[in-house]
Design a protein around this ligand. Structure first.
Ligand code: SF4
Length: 450
């Protein structure tokens, strides 16, 4: 009898929850966790506080996310004492940091197990041992090895679904823990990706978002020469998917071939998330990003001129060690020149184990807050301006939902802008509609079908 079968015998009436912090890769890992837990016979509940088995999938990319995990684990202590919580498992990037899991478990006696990233396959054995022997364990042994093709995510078969194509990173940006906690780049075989997408489209999915820490590195290490552009072509040829998105693209690896693919393949959405992180060449060098301000601006110009109606989004860190007012002005300059449709903007926070953590000239919190505010204000102007570009224009919308709180029909344009219809109409999720935009409300385009 394997551990899944053993758990089916004892899981009757027990509920589980999965709380996820961090990026889409973590969201996808949590879907794999849900698939395993459902297979073991546990019932899903959204509330951590009502569940008998609480699983926390952590992120260590920013300090804020880590603090939330500590707070949540602290709150679960009382549930453990009352007997409602029977197992508390903390896994993911935070635990994967060297020596962290052991220390975490000795600090919080309510935590029963600590596992690494992509460790869903270990859950049945771990949970069985907790429930039957009260056995506590930290096991980070397999988290950065091969991608486990047997671990498939639980699917809602939404109109838009994520599909992981690669994991890990070789870049070692000096502020980032990902290469340490997710290991080096590993790409999935195209046949496994195609199989997964065909399974999704057979159940109604119309759009896929290809996920990887750096999708532009896809295929490195394969015997057959096959890069990210080739993968996109294969997906276009061998599946029925209607739209293809992807994230994240490292600017230094965005090849002219990929730009041509974005421009020429009608299934590829005309939106790209291209993290700049800083506008200052000096800071980019200290971040080990592998491009200069000029390189980045040329790349954006090239994308805009070749693809036409494309929207760019980005990630920006303010207050990286050594960032002066002049460096920050360069960042503002890039934002003004690229005119992003949206941006994720953060204050730099020290991540233990990274090179930047020990750099001199750490920037004062007050200065970081002030710069972040300036940046948010500037970006808001361009987010608004981007949406306004579509007033009185007709856009193609993929309907994602027909029942939302405020509007009847909501979908997305190829450029990743949200669109709502101004009046009720008979359409279905998955329909592709031409919509004339008449109004903009808090970044949502509003229009009617033509
Ligand atoms: S490219 Fe840089 S920021 Fe992105 S995951 Fe790799 S090391 Fe981290």
């Amino acid at each position: 009898m394997n551990y899944i079968e053993k758990l089916i015998d004892i899981s009757e009436g027990l509920t589980y929850s999965v709380k996820t912090y961090g990026c889409q890769m973590n969201v996808n890992d949590s879907m794999k966790i849900m698939a395993v837990m459902n297979e073991c016979g546990f019932h899903y509940t959204e509330s951590v506080y009502e569940s008998n088995i609480a699983i926390i999938n952590t992120c260590c990319v920013r300090e804020n996310a880590e603090n939330k995990v500590h707070g949540l684990v602290g709150n679960i202590k009382k549930l453990k004492e009352s007997g409602r919580n029977k197992a508390l498992i903390v896994l993911g990037c935070m635990m994967q940091q060297e020596g962290y899991a052991e220390e975490f478990m000795s600090r919080y006696s309510q935590v029963d197990a600590a596992l690494g990233t992509s460790d869903s396959a270990k859950l049945p054995e771990t949970i069985y041992k907790i429930l039957t022997n009260s056995e506590r364990a930290a096991d980070l042994s397999s988290a950065t090895k091969e991608i486990d093709e047997n671990a498939r995510p639980f699917r809602h078969y939404r109109i838009s679904e994520f599909v992981t194509i690669m994991t890990g990173c070789n870049n070692f940006c000096t502020y980032c823990v990902v290469p340490y906690v997710r290991g080096r780049e590993r790409s999935r075989e195209p046949k496994d990706i195609i199989y997964e997408i065909n399974e999704l489209t057979a159940h109604g999915t119309r759009e896929i978002v290809l996920l990887g820490q750096n999708v532009n590195s896809y295929g490195k290490g394969f015997d057959e020469k096959l890069d990210f552009s080739d993968l996109i072509q294969k997906i276009s040829d061998e599946t029925d998917v209607k739209r293809i998105r992807y994230m994240t693209s490292h600017p230094k690896d965005l090849s002219p071939k990929l730009i041509d693919t974005i421009a020429e393949n009608p299934l590829v959405c005309k939106h790209i998330h291209l993290p700049v992180q800083s506008g200052s060449t000096k800071i980019l060098k200290q971040m080990n990003r592998g491009y200069t301000k000029d390189d980045y601006l040329k790349l954006c110009d090239n994308l805009k001129s070749k693809v036409g109606d494309i929207i760019l989004s980005t990630d920006i860190i303010v207050g990286f060690p050594g960032e002066t007012d002049e460096d920050f002005k360069d960042t503002l300059d890039v934002v003004s020149r690229v005119q992003y449709g949206s941006a994720f903007m953060f204050k730099y926070s020290i991540r233990t184990g990274t090179k930047a953590a020990s750099m001199a000239d750490q920037v004062d919190e007050d200065i970081k807050s002030d710069r972040l505010q300036q940046l948010l204000t500037l970006q808001e102007k361009y987010t608004k301006k981007t949406a306004e570009r579509y007033l009185d224009k007709t856009v193609e919308v993929l309907v994602e939902s027909t029942h939302t709180e405020h509007r009847n029909v909501v979908g997305k344009t190829s450029q990743n802008l949200s669109v709502a219809l101004e009046s009720e109409c008979q359409v279905q999720a998955g329909d592709l509609l031409n919509v004339k935009i008449n109004e903009i409300k808090t970044h949502t385009l509003i229009g009617k079908i033509i």
